[in-house]
Write a protein that binds this ligand. Structure first.
Ligand code: PNW
Length: 450
């Protein structure tokens, strides 16, 4: 086997979080409620009745958390901005105190030599906009661009990396099709509309960035490579549909200004026709792509599957994480190569990658050993190197997540953190994976070969 190449000398090492998952104090200082505030407070929506009311209390402990990032040697921190902290009604009046929180966070990061990477939307839509139809209302593209412009004006002098949306697929599939995530709709006819307005909003926010901002902006997508369970024509066709639905539905319009042809087949009469001007709006030149990679899917044809994209086949010889995701590092290499082949030479950042595993209690010496997460981290970083060796322009890696946090409707039951959080005392303890990650960063990946 060819030895893996080293990481480029300017490779960016970071960790990621999102607002509702860590901040707590969701209504503090004049913030408006988000759809996650409502969803979490609706009986039976959240495992264990958990909410983001306190979460990691990052809103109040952000200075300590930045100190922790510095101690770990992080070079960059990817966070998201809560739209309804800044615009309590989603549009119109700006809440200066909410805006100020992000300004103070960014100053704290820069003061500690950590590059901020800000995501404008990581699922916590202002509830006031949901009352007007949320992502189903075409006006949302303007609302989003107006909110984005407030943020650019406030922070672009200091924030040099922006992302519009985090994982539009999950927003639609979880929020509008299956209903496991806020706003909890289960509507086949709404899903393609929500997706389309998400992408129009992305386009409008990028346009607004060119008017207001001077640095770089991109889109963050989650990609799960799809492999056929057999070479039968049925399985191959199901695999193509699965790939179109999850992986090409968002990249194809953003980069090439069209939807995959399979969308019509999947959604039938629920798939609308859109005017050409929408595609022209969605296809804005962007500066990078953010890839969130967790797992793969092996797909077999299944006429009962809904929507019509086949169903996943459980692998017998594999490790699965606590969220039921197969550990499959090769899929990260394959995905990066696939992105280069289909979407060209845009720089790629791995904006999320990580795993939920059971963590043993803290030992007497204060150590929390998380060997499965350590193994996951090493193998996925080597998978990134393999892709770099095949000519993919990968510029950085953000582990998901800096902290154990609110795993959306799964509450605090699933821990993705490299740093353990005790949700009773809110004490933070770096796990073995965090300590390894520090050494990886300090050696620019060199310790992976040791
Ligand atoms: C991402 N899927 O969500 C999110 O960006 C994070 O906020 C989240 O905590 C993390 O991954 C772990 O779940 C995903 O079903 C949710 O393929 C679901 C999927 C992918 C990503």
């Amino acid at each position: 086997m060819k030895p893996l190449p080293p990481f480029p000398s300017d490779f960016l090492w970071g960790a990621a979080t999102s607002a509702y998952q860590i901040e707590g104090s969701p209504l503090a200082d004049g913030a408006g409620p988000s759809i996650w505030q409502r969803f979490a407070h609706t009986p039976k929506m959240m495992v264990g009745g958990d909410t983001g009311d306190v979460a990691c209390d990052h809103y109040r402990r952000y200075k300590d958390d930045v100190a922790l990032m510095r101690a770990l040697g992080l070079q960059s921190y990817r966070f998201s901005i809560s739209w309804s902290r800044v615009l309590p009604e989603g549009r119109g009046r700006v809440n200066e105190k909410g805006l100020d929180f992000y300004s103070r966070l960014v100053d704290e990061l820069l003061g500690n030599g950590i590059e901020p990477n800000a995501t404008l939307f990581h699922w916590d839509l202002p509830a006031a906009l949901d009352d007007r139809g949320g992502w189903l209302n075409p006006d949302i593209a303007d609302w989003f661009a107006d909110y984005a412009s407030v943020m650019y004006r406030k922070l672009d002098g200091r924030v040099k990396m922006w992302a519009t949306l985090n994982e539009p697929w999950v927003v639609t599939d979880g929020g509008y099709l299956h209903g496991a995530l806020a706003p909890g709709h289960r509507n086949f006819y709404e899903a393609p509309i929500a997706s389309h307005h998400l992408m129009r909003s992305h386009g409008r926010a990028v346009q607004a960035y060119r008017a207001e901002g001077k640095h770089r902006i991109g889109l963050v997508v989650n990609i799960e490579p799809k492999y056929p369970a057999s070479q039968s024509p049925e399985d191959l066709a199901a695999t193509k549909r699965a790939e179109a639905y999850m992986n090409r539905q968002y990249l194809e319009p953003a980069i090439h200004g069209r939807y995959p042809p399979e969308m019509q087949e999947i959604f039938g009469d629920a798939w609308p026709d859109w005017p050409q001007e929408d595609y022209d709006l969605i296809r804005q030149p962007i500066d990078f792509l953010g890839l969130n990679y967790y797992t793969r899917n092996v797909v077999k044809h299944d006429p009962q599957a809904w929507p019509l994209w086949g169903s996943p086949v459980k692998q017998t010889q594999a490790t699965y994480t606590e969220t039921g995701w197969e550990v499959f590092p090769q899929g990260l290499t394959d995905t990066l190569v696939w992105m280069k082949q289909h979407y060209g030479d845009l720089p790629i950042y791995i904006t999320e990658n990580g795993s939920a595993f059971y963590d043993p209690p803290k030992a007497h010496d204060g150590v929390i050993d998380d060997p499965l997460r350590v193994d996951y981290l090493k193998k996925h970083l080597n998978a990134v190197r393999a892709a770099i060796g095949q000519g993919v322009d990968v510029r950085g890696y953000y582990g998901w997540s800096l902290l154990d946090n609110l795993e959306w409707s799964l509450g605090f039951s699933k821990r993705f953190g490299m740093v353990h959080v005790n949700f009773e005392t809110l004490e933070r303890t770096p796990k073995a994976s965090a300590k390894l990650y520090s050494r990886i960063i300090a050696s620019n990946g060199g310790v992976l070969d040791a």
